[in-house]
Design a protein around this ligand. Structure first.
Ligand SMILES: [Zn+2]
Length: 93
């Protein structure tokens, strides 16, 4: 798969309520036919991040203060072969 390296990168995810950083989404193949809709649950205030829409192959990681406990994945195939991946990330301190 061909992709531009400069489009890859780390996207920091913050809680919509208490603004703590909840994790990092690392995009490795931004041109892959995958659309991710990602929500991180917040372990500090029990709210969550705003839903981030990020294209490509992604890796999810926590931070120094937040660890990933579990992940719900819901995958929807669109007729044009694009895959929509809804990810809900459950975190802990
Ligand atoms: Zn929070």
């Amino acid at each position: 798969m061909k992709y531009k390296v400069e489009e890859c990168g780390d996207i920091d995810i913050f809680c919509s309520s208490c603004h703590q950083q909840l994790g990092v989404v690392v995009v490795t193949q931004p041109t892959a036919k995958i659309k991710n809709k990602i929500i991180f649950k917040c372990p500090f205030c029990n709210d969550q991040s705003f839903r981030k829409e990020i294209d490509g192959v992604v890796y999810i990681s926590g931070t120094d203060k937040v660890k990933i406990i579990n992940m719900d994945t819901n995958i929807i195939e669109e007729p044009n072969m694009t895959m929509i991946q809804e990810l809900t990330i459950f975190t802990g301190k």
